[in-house]
Structures are given as C-alpha cells and as structure tokens.
Design a protein around this ligand. Sequence first.
Ligand SMILES: [Zn+2]
Length: 262
Amino acid sequence: MKKLALLLVLFSMLACSSAPITGRTQILIVPKYEVLEQSSLQYEEVKKESKILNNQDSIRVKKVGNKIAAAVESFLNSDPAYAGMADDYSWEFNLIESEDVNAWCMPGGKVAVYTGILKYAKDEDSLAVIMGHEIAHAVAEHGRERMSQELIKNYGAVTLSSVFSQNPTAATNLFSQAYGISSELVTLKYSRDHEKEADKLGVIFMAMAGYNPNTAVDFWEKMAADKETEPLEFFSTHPNSATRIQLIKEYIVSPEFSKYIR
Ligand SMILES: [Zn+2]
C-alpha cells in the first residue's frame, strides 16, 4: 500500500508540468530521455532520406535559427524557474529540398525547413517567424506531450513504470504516432492549442533575438492570401488563418508579451 502511494506521488509529480511563459498545464509522463533519443534517431533518418541543401538559403536558415535558439537559451538560463532546461537542446537547422510548404521541429531542437516555404520568407524577419514558431514547439515540449497523450491512450497511465522496460519498441511507436512519420514524410499532429501556443511563444522568441514581431502578421497574411498554399504543419489543425492572425495581432500588444520584450 505504501508503495502504491509512493508511486502515485511520483506519478503526479511527473505529470504536473506547465508550459513556459503561458503556464498552460501539461501532462508529460514519457521520460525526457526516451523522447530525445527517438528524436535524434528519427531526425538522422530524415536527413539520410532527404536532400539537405548547403547554399545561401541554408546558411540563412541556420543563421536565423541559431540566433533565436541562443536568445531562448539565455532567457531560460536567466530564470531559475527554467533551471537546466536549456541543457536539453542540441539545436540543428537544416534546409530540405522539397516543394512542400512545410517546416517542423522535433524535440530537443531538431528543425527542418523545406524550400517550398521560402517563397514566403525572403528576408530574415519573416524566416524568423517560421523559426520562432518551430523552436516554440520544442521549448514547450509539445512532442513529449503528444507522446504522453498517446501513451495514456495506448497503455493506460497505471502501467507507466513497466511500459518502457517490457516493451522495447514502445518509445519508437509513441514517437511515430505523435509525429506521423512514414519514410521521409513528417506530418506533425499537434493540437490547435499547441499551434496557438507556438504562435505566441514564437513571436516572443523572435523578438528576443532582435527580429521584428510585427512581421508575423504580414507573414501569415501573405500565406493566407495564397489560396493554393496548404502548409502541412501550419494550417492543418488551425480553425482558420483569420483567427490566427487576430490572435497574433492581439498578443504582440498584450501585457504578457511586453513582460518579456522591452
Ligand atoms: Zn506548428
């Protein structure tokens, strides 16, 4: 009985987390190391199966990505509430040749940008909108949260302690379910709440790195105006782009935003 009580305490300690800045409650029961290991493995797979570019555009992607990542890390390191969090990231930013209007970030900071989205991001500020949003997914641990939701759905939370030891492929399966991976195609399955949160944190992070957050409004308006565009990541789970643009417009003049950006 004592053992059970201890397990329950441990479980609730593990389960009760909150997303940085927004404070949204999250259930994060899949161990961090399982998530990071899967992310590294899958990212290497994608790199092997894709055409990774090494040109002026990829230099720009890396430059903007690294600049925002550095700003985010110094923010995390400056606040005791986020102590040690920055250590979980080993950032990588790669440009993949593909017509898809897409970009994504796996846990631990493994980012991919597809050339198809660059027509909407010709300057560094608009590229920073994409990178800020993707980096936000990693910092708010949306991948780990998705995997935890899949874990509860598949196994039930009570069996947590035995899932990973008794089933060596559990972590791989959860990661594939959360990320919808089949060969080189990565279709993220974030919720609407995750997308909204990534939009909010994304504009904060780009501004922390010195980019103009107002560009986010222009960027999404440009995307929305192009009817042929159906970005795999950005619009699949959103109600509509007007709602998203409105949310960003309101957020960049909100007290929460100005608390972080002076
Ligand atoms: Zn997103």
